[in-house]
Write a protein that binds this ligand. Sequence first.
Ligand code: CA2
Length: 162
Amino acid sequence: MAAKIMILNGPNLNFLGIREPHIYGSTTLAEIEASCQQLAATLGITISFHESNLEGELVNWIQSAHGKFDAIIMNPAAYSFTSIALIDALKIFEGPKIEVHISNIHARDELHRHSITSTASTAVICGLGPYGYIVAILAAVQKLGRLPDTIQAALHGLRTKV
Ligand code: CA2
């Protein structure tokens, strides 16, 4: 069966490409979703893509992924720096959990630097702009052992377990 990945986006990311392009670029969230869906079709996986400004709704989506999705990719946005509820929900999910940030949070101001949700994540990708979502999908599919043979072969036997 095709691998299923849930991609979650936290508060204000629905304004991507509309406000603050000097920090977050000019790509809209709809354009990011379209690219993710296109890659999913190429990889033979399915993606469910959501945005919410509400912490509880993000928690509900993470819980609903339990047993139904193989991996979660999440840009928790501002909740990265505050949400114990998201940490607890992520801990329930057994599959790969990849945290994505469009900007390089480590190079940001003190307020935007310390992601606490990353403590419950398998990996963190930041600073690659919208391409970070693409890298996260490839990383999740690799972790699930579902990369297409052509890509797997191109890795020339690279050991991908830590
Ligand atoms: O770089 C990222 O992806 C962030 O998760 C974005 C968050 C920020 O709090 C994190 O430090 C890093 C902010 C998302 C707000 O999105 C906006 C988009 C357009 C205009 C204003 C805010």
